[in-house]
Design a protein around this ligand. Structure first.
Ligand SMILES: [Fe+2]
Length: 307
């Protein structure tokens, strides 16, 4: 006997679409929303998940990885830091150098993420990227100290993409490196922190200028802007228009989007207002997530029979 609705006594509507393909998209979209809200806890990393998934997709394509696997790795790139929900704010948002004990807490996030996904119908799709993205080919990574090609390719791709984004992003305690400088670091660490073959492909992408429209952006054609009051990132959504209000998630400072600038990018102009609790609640960019689902998820399951 199926579960009956407690109040009406009738059979409840199914939780997910009876169409397995649509149900997979719904399940994945809900995971992406959760990953977005987890990331939003850190006001300085705006757009990180989008950038990591874009770098990962480009690197996969350049490396000749099959399309379906590329799409799965891009999804892993979006979900890789899900486990950071378990890291206390005092550590996650600490501006100073972490103590050894604090760093030990940070290092739990891959396993926390893998445990959060355990039992989820789509866990297998992204488990390696979530659990193993901080393993490094020299065996000095975590949580397992795996080495070389024992580390699944999805984790090597996401790890490299994540590290490149960390290097090129501005944090409260340091300005992000220019793309060229971060590529030099990758080159110096080939075969050690970064996979040799994947790293060389990534360097080629960088030399061809194909990373420039991702670095410092939070969506296609949307450069990151910074809060004039507290310097955290202001993430502008593609659907937002001139005149729309926007608030800094860190200090609550209010902005209005203005057009008419030379580069045709909407600029956030401070209004002097402060956001209310309702204005400042974390809201996932559901349009970006829907686009990502449409572009990526169908490819990721292209050969999965609909049973
Ligand atoms: Fe991570």
């Amino acid at each position: 006997m199926g579960l009956m609705d407690f109040f009406t006594g009738r059979a409840p509507a199914p939780f997910a679409s009876p169409d397995p393909a649509i149900a997979r998209e719904q399940m994945l979209a809900s995971l992406l929303v959760m990953a977005w809200v987890v990331e939003a806890r850190d006001p300085y990393t705006g757009g990180h998940l989008w950038r990591v998934s874009r770098y990962a997709a480009l690197l996969c394509e350049r490396s000749g990885i099959a399309m379906q696997q590329c799409a799965r790795i891009a999804i892993g790139g979006f979900l890789h830091d899900l486990g950071k929900v378990g890291i206390p704010d005092a550590i996650l948002r600490k501006a100073d150098k972490l103590t050894d004990a604090e760093y030990a807490v940070i290092k739990t996030h891959p396993e926390v993420g893998a445990r959060m996904l355990a039992g989820h119908p789509l866990a297998e799709l992204v488990r390696d990227a979530v659990l193993l993205h901080h393993e490094t080919p020299d065996g000095r990574g975590y949580p397992g100290g795996m080495a070389g090609t024992d580390i699944p390719v999805s984790a090597r791709v996401v790890g490299l993409s994540d590290a490149f984004d960390a290097m090129t992003s501005t944090r409260p305690y340091r300005v992000g490196m220019p793309v060229g400088q971060a590529l030099e670091v990758i080159e110096s660490q080939l075969g050690r922190q970064f996979d040799d073959t994947l790293g060389r492909h990534f360097l080629a992408l960088g030399q061809e200028g194909l990373l420039d429209h991702i670095a410092g952006h939070s969506d296609d054609g949307i450069p990151l802007q910074r809060c004039l009051m507290c310097d955290s990132t202001l993430v502008i959504r593609r659907e937002q228009r001139a005149g729309d209000a926007l608030f800094c998630r860190n200090c609550g400072g209010g902005y209005r989007l203005e057009s008419g600038h030379e580069d045709e990018v909407l600029k956030a102009v401070p209004t002097g207002a402060l956001g209310s609790a309702a204005d400042l609640q974390p809201v996932a960019d559901t349009e970006l997530i829907q686009r990502f689902v449409r572009d990526t998820v169908r490819e990721a399951f292209a050969t999965t029979p609909a049973v």
